[in-house]
Design a protein around this ligand. Structure first.
Ligand code: PRP
Length: 208
C-alpha cells in the first residue's frame, strides 16, 4: 500500500485530475463525501485529504509516503522530504505587493504582512532591507488597505484579488508550482511504486 497526502480545495482539483488520468483515481473517491481517508485496496493506494499547508508535514513525518504540495509551502517550511517532480499545475508567483503609488521610506523598517514569514524574511535579508514582519493567516490584502502594513508578501495567481483592492505587484520573489514530494524512508522502501507513479505522471504533465 502506498499512502498519498492530497491537498483539499482549489489546488486539489487540478491535482486529482492529473492523478486520475494515470489511473490513480482519487477524484472519484472524494466526491460527495466528508471522508478524509480512502483506501483503494485493488490498486494498493491509500489517499487522504489535508490542508494544502499540512501536506508536507504528513509526508515528512511518514504518515504519507508521497504528497502533492506547492513550492510556496516547501520554501516556507523547508521540510526534510525529497522533491521528485514539478507537476506544472497550480502555477502562481510569490510577490511583494502594495497600494498603487506606494513608495518605500527606507529610513524606517518596512512593515510586511504575510502568511509566509520565512520567505519574507529570507527575501528582505537578501536585499538588505530591515523589516517588521506581521504574521497573518488569510486575507492578507487587507493589511496595507487598513494601514497595518506597508507591503504584503503573498501568492498572486490571476491578480484579481490585488486589482479589486487597488493593490499592485512591486516585486516577484519566486515562481510557484505544485510538486510531488516523498518521505525519505518511503522512497527507499517503496521506490518501485513511487517511481512507477513518477514515470506515469511524466507522460501526462504538460510543460510550457
Ligand atoms: C490566495 C492569496 C491571494 C489570492 C490570490 O488566497 O493569498 O489572496 O489567493 O489569487 P488571485 O491572484 O487569483 O486573486 P487564498 O484563496 O488561498 O485565501 P486566503 O485569503 O485564505 O489566503
Amino acid at each position: 500500500m502506498i499512502n498519498v497526502a492530497l491537498p483539499k480545495g482549489r489546488l486539489g482539483e487540478k491535482v486529482y485530475a492529473l492523478l486520475s488520468s494515470v489511473g490513480y483515481d482519487c477524484k472519484n473517491y472524494n466526491q460527495n463525501s466528508r471522508k478524509l481517508i480512502f483506501r483503494d485496496n485493488q490498486n494498493g493506494v491509500g489517499y487522504f485529504w489535508v490542508k494544502p499547508s499540512d501536506v508536507a508535514a504528513y509526508v515528512m513525518l511518514g504518515a504519507a509516503d508521497i504528497g502533492v504540495v506547492g513550492k510556496d509551502v516547501l520554501e516556507e517550511m523547508q521540510p526534510d522530504v525529497y522533491e521528485l517532480l514539478d507537476l506544472n499545475v497550480g502555477k502562481c508567483k510569490m510577490c511583494v505587493a502594495a497600494k498603487n503609488g506606494f513608495s518605500d521610506d527606507t529610513t524606517k523598517p518596512l512593515r510586511v504582512a504575510t502568511k509566509f514569514t520565512n520567505c519574507a524574511k529570507k527575501y528582505y535579508q537578501s536585499i538588505g532591507r530591515e523589516t517588521e514582519i506581521i504574521k497573518l493567516n488569510g486575507s492578507i490584502e487587507l493589511a496595507p488597505i487598513l494601514g497595518i502594513s506597508d507591503v504584503i508578501v503573498d501568492i498572486v495567481e490571476t491578480g484579481t484579488t490585488l486589482k479589486e483592492n487597488d493593490l499592485k505587484v512591486y516585486e516577484t520573489v519566486f515562481n510557484v508550482s505544485t510538486r510531488l514530494v516523498a518521505n525519505k524512508a518511503a522512497y527507499k522502501f517503496k521506490k518501485q511504486e513511487i517511481l512507477t507513479l513518477v514515470e506515469k505522471l511524466k507522460g501526462v504533465i504538460k510543460y510550457d
